[in-house]
Design a protein around this ligand. Structure first.
Ligand code: CDP
Ligand code: MG
Length: 701
């Protein structure tokens, strides 16, 4: 792999402070600062060579240290080199929504254009692009959806699959699809008589220019991609990395949250200037640490309180995400609480200290039981190395690993590709919709197990998306493939439309797609429960979510009469705080609701409500989620009917104490026990009535 030269240093950038007295001067110096920053990035010195490589090679693999400028600069190089002429676009895919958003904003700023003009992003439920957009940042999943509408991806001259090392299921499927599309675009379709390639259906005769593919990755192992693309060329962009001191704990920590807190304050009080980055596993954990930092700060003397906690995770609204990138106020130290998103997809300037508890939330899937779960598991060595690297971007740094050194050796080398550990029903439905019928023979970079493919096909068949021969032929299947949701949720909306409770189901699905609508501080759990009591429905969690959403709606309706957006936001936050509702999640759920509603309306559905007839709504939940039903046993535990597993009602469920006879649930979670979450009471007879194709022949329930 050829190595490329290192770029210049960017030390002058920080000294160039804007003059606050003169707006023009300050604007000028911001431009200057950006230009200098761009020039100082390692990738800047190899622009010409990279463009030559792209021109010479139809597939190019670029490997480069995090922060070297791959994501923000390469698309601009391509634009300047003429790859966006004649209305063509450069598409850049990211595994994570938040990376697509923050990077697009940054690039728009660098290009000095308004977001949505030359530079835009498009993620599920949020599209800022326009007909003028030439550099389009998006999630990998979104590009897959675009392929449904435009199988040739004909508006793109170049597609950059970024962060390919993450190996999300969408990245893997996208790589396979792009390989096909690229081959197809080399020759006009229809030349060789009948269709050979089903991806191209419907595009006969249209001449399309060739497609360039660039695969970018932060990890050093480009071999797997190179081999997959028939020995494609790989180039390596060198970054700069300062030395990072790695510190381990002497003994294992029983509570890594507490250990992280102690370490944050130890750094804050004892170490030199520099911001702190803490890797946590999810929104709940991040928000609870944020609160605990705030609380502990109150116990410090006034002059020691200059520590500013900021958070960064996927569901965070983008204005708040951007705060983590802004410099801390003078004299303050930032402590950024992030998920593994800050490992490679986004670079936050100013970090000198990294705290790594060594965990990550990962999906796992057991096809024989048909159960998917999201568990906190040890991070891999590759992830851990990326994390510590974040401390050495701008100078020598320190990384505090909250476990003993001997534990490091036990970690897996790298994370298993997601395609090998997730439920495939969603991607298989999409592949089918793209005309790819032979899933088992499909050219995946890493083949998913036969068992999980068979299971997904079976699930899609049971949901009515595929025929008994596993073909996508019926209208329900097409409708399901069009909705940007898990097939089971798409099916729920279609059923709700027939059962006249679409409004209720839209709200429920919106709430179920956000992390957690309730705000459940560990230390105030009882108080939270008591103050939320009035939302609780004796019939289950879905109805409870419905009443949270509706009460917030009514509350907002009342206040809307007076006040600006900002004021409403403030009032809403207060309402959420008083009711122990997570305001970020609620906002996200409201946005999601609006977007899915648009989708179903475009499909011709009329959104109707069942009013107070919750019985009909619960029947609809049973009809939708029949694959996840559980029945109480004599010993008080539950048996999941599909898998036969013994499960327990999660303590956060409103049904935790009442222990009803039969429930449907949406989530199975393994911690100390196997817990089911998001439950609604159903009558077991509904299963045989509403899902006879599945329950008639099964054991009596
Ligand atoms: O993709 P790669 O990790 O190689 O780097 P990048 O994301 O293009 O980031 C290049 C530089 O831009 C880094 O120094 C970041 O700190 C900076 N950047 C920024 O200041 N604000 C952003 N929103 C994104 C990047
Ligand atoms: Mg990047």
């Amino acid at each position: 792999m050829p190595s490329m030269a290192q770029g210049g240093l960017n030390s002058s950038v920080q000294n160039n402070k804007p003059n606050p007295k003169s707006p023009t001067a300050s604007l000028f110096s911001i431009r200057q600062k950006i230009a200098q920053h761009r020039k100082s990035l390692p990738i800047a010195s190899v622009e010409k060579r990279l463009i030559e490589e792209v021109q010479k090679n139809d597939i190019l693999i670029i490997v480069g240290e995090t922060g070297s400028g791959k994501t923000t600069q390469l698309p601009q190089f391509l634009y300047n080199a003429g790859f966006c002429q004649e209305g063509k676009m450069v598409g850049i895919t990211q595994p994570r929504r938040i990376a697509a958003v923050t990077v697009a904003k940054r690039v728009a700023e660098e290009c000095d254009v308004e977001l949505g003009q030359r530079v835009g992003y498009s993620i599920r439920f949020d599209d800022t692009t326009s007909t003028s957009t030439r550099l389009k940042y998006m999630t990998d999943g979104l590009l897959l959806r675009e392929a449904l509408l435009d199988p040739h991806l004909s508006r793109y001259s170049v597609i950059i699959v970024d962060e390919a090392h993450e190996r999300t299921v969408h990245t893997d499927v996208l790589l396979a699809l792009l390989k096909k599309v690229q081959r197809a675009r080399l020759k006009p379709v229809g030349e060789n008589g009948p269709q050979q390639n089903s991806v191209l259906r419907g595009c006969q005769g249209r001449k399309i220019s060739p497609l360039k593919l660039i695969i970018m990755s932060a990890s050093l192992d480009a071999r797997v991609f190179s081999e997959y693309f028939g020995g494609a060329k790989a180039v390596h962009v060198e970054g700069r990395q300062h030395p990072v001191d790695i510190l381990y704990t002497a003994h294992p920590e029983s509570d890594y949250i507490d250990a992280a807190l102690v370490t944050i304050f130890q750094i804050h009080l004892e170490e030199k200037v520099g911001d702190i980055l803490v890797f946590l596993t999810g929104q709940d954990e991040i928000e609870s640490v944020e609160r605990l930092v705030q609380e502990r700060l109150q116990h410090l003397p006034e002059d020691k309180r200059k520590l500013l906690p900021l958070t960064i995770f996927s569901a965070l609204p983008s204005e708040q995400q951007m705060q983590a990138f802004a410099p801390a106020p003078t004299g303050f130290r930032k402590v950024i609480l992030a998920t593994n998103i800050a490992e490679t997809s986004i670079t936050i300037p100013g970090i000198r200290y990294v705290i790594d508890p060594g965990f990550v939330k990962a999906r796992s899937y057991n096809p024989s039981k048909g159960m998917e779960s999201l568990d906190v598991v040890p991070a891999s060595k590759a992830q851990t190395l990326q994390r510590s690297g974040r401390a050495g971007r701008e100078g020598p740094g320190k990384c505090f690993r909250l476990y003993p050194e001997r534990e490091f050796e036990k970690l897996e080398d790298s994370t298993k590709p997601e395609i090998k550990r997730c439920n495939l029903s969603n991607v298989i439905l999409q592949l089918k919709a793209l005309g790819i019928d032979d899933i088992i023979g499909f050219d995946f970079i890493d083949k998913p197990s036969r068992g999980s493919i068979v299971k997904a096909l079976e699930e899609l068949r049971l949901l009515g998306a595929l025929t008994d021969e596993c073909k996508l032929e019926n209208p329900v299947g097409y409708q399901m493939s069009r909705l940007p949701l898990d097939p089971v949720y798409s099916r729920a909306l279609i059923l709700a439309n027939q059962m006249n409770c679409l409004e209720e189901m839209l709200i429920t699905v919106a709430v179920l797609t956000v992390e957690s609508i309730f705000y459940d501080p560990r230390e105030k759990r009882e108080e939270a429960r008591a103050s939320r009591n009035h939302f609780a429905s004796v019939e289950g969690d879905h109805l409870t979510y419905l009443s949270v959403y509706r009460e917030s709606d009514e509350f907002l309706e009342k206040r809307k009469v007076a006040g600006s957006e900002n004021k409403i936001d403030k009032i809403m936050k207060k309402w959420c705080k008083d009711n122990f509702v997570n305001s970020r999640s609620l906002k996200h759920a409201r946005d999601t609701y609006r977007q899915i509603r648009e989708h179903v309306e475009q499909m011709g559905f009329t959104v109707s409500s069942c009013g107070n007839d919750m019985l009909e709504f619960r029947r609809c939940l049973a009809a939708s989620f029949f694959l996840k039903a559980a029945q109480r046993q004599l010993d008080g535990t539950y048996r999941a009917l599909e898998s036969g597993e013994i499960v327990h009602i999660h303590p956060t469920s409103v049904l935790f104490r009442s222990k009803p006879e039969c429930v449907i649930f949406n989530e199975l979670m393994q911690t100390s026990k196997k817990y089911i979450k998001n439950l609604t009471i159903i009558d077991p007879l509904w299963l045989t009535e509403l899902a006879p194709h599945h329950y008639k022949s099964a054991e009596p329930v």
